[in-house]
Write a protein that binds this ligand. Structure first.
Ligand SMILES: [Fe+2]
Ligand SMILES: [Fe+2]
Length: 260
């Protein structure tokens, strides 16, 4: 089973890159499922119904989120009824949405699990315990399980990957918006990368217009972030997973800069 996972899609430039790349890659590489982190898909922060539909139309099959899940408040109106979108499973359980889901394709089912780290982030529930709880359910339905670990600290992402080695197909880091070059397959068949990177503006500062961010670092005055313009980067990983046992055979980083 071939899976493409796209890192944090950022604003309109990120969505344009998704439109440019996903259908093409799906055809070229016989991709069965495309999953994208969409926490920044609407204007650089959060997701709306229209934006989610735009991603699906562009070939995305499943959407994961992160600390910007609730930034566009309208997400609470559709997150429960959309089976293909997940938010971190370790958010308080009474919040709308779900932490995991199961999608079905020609080669069978996949489970998608979204978790969020707690180091330099909100002090929500334990992602390790949340993973155990969700896996108990997911394992009954799917052998192939994709985990998006949305976190700041590489140590926390790496620890989760080793903790889950052999029990999930991959642990893919998101959130920092910077792609890391440490993709590998752990001894028991779980693919890992500390961060898939961001799909969005290439010349901004993690997606934001750079003048605004530089000014903020210098003055510490509040400012309104704007999505940067110019060339766009597409950051993703492409994995080949054995659907019979859920173990990953290969993981490849994709980093492409383009004008869209
Ligand atoms: Fe992000
Ligand atoms: Fe994030």
């Amino acid at each position: 089973m071939k899976i493409l996972f796209i890192g944090d899609v950022f604003g309109n430039p990120g969505r344009k890159a998704v439109k440019e790349m996903v259908h093409k890659l799906k055809k070229e590489r016989q991709i069965d499922f495309c999953i994208a982190n969409g926490e920044n898909a609407a204007g650089g922060s959060g997701i709306t119904y229209v934006v989610a539909q735009e991603l699906y139309k562009a070939g995305v099959d499943g959407i994961t989120l992160g600390n910007h899940t609730w930034s566009k408040r309208e997400v609470v109106n559709f997150i429960d009824s959309d089976n293909n979108i997940v938010r971190p499973a370790n958010y308080p359980s009474e919040l709308p949405g779900k932490g995991s889901t199961i999608l079905e394709g020609e080669k069978g089912k996949i489970g998608i699990l979204n978790l969020m780290g707690r180091v330099y982030m909100d002090s929500i529930d334990c992602p390790f315990k949340a993973a155990e709880r969700e896996l108990e359910y997911l394992k009954a339905f799917a052998k192939v399980i994709v985990v998006d670990m949305h976190a700041e600290a590489t140590s926390e992402k790496c620890a989760l990957a080793w903790h889950l080695d052999g029990r999930v197909s991959c642990v893919l880091g998101t959130h920092t918006h910077v792609q890391t070059a440490d993709e590998r397959i752990l001894p028991c068949g779980t693919a890992y990368i500390s961060d898939v990177g961001m799909t969005g503006p290439y010349d901004g500062i993690i997606g934001v217009k750079r003048e605004i961010v530089i000014e903020k670092f210098i003055t510490h005055m509040p400012s309104k972030f704007e999505v940067a313009q110019g060339p766009v980067q597409f950051n993703a990983v492409y994995m080949d997973i054995d659907e019979k046992n859920g173990k990953t055979v290969s993981i490849e980083r994709i980093h492409q800069v383009m004008d869209v």
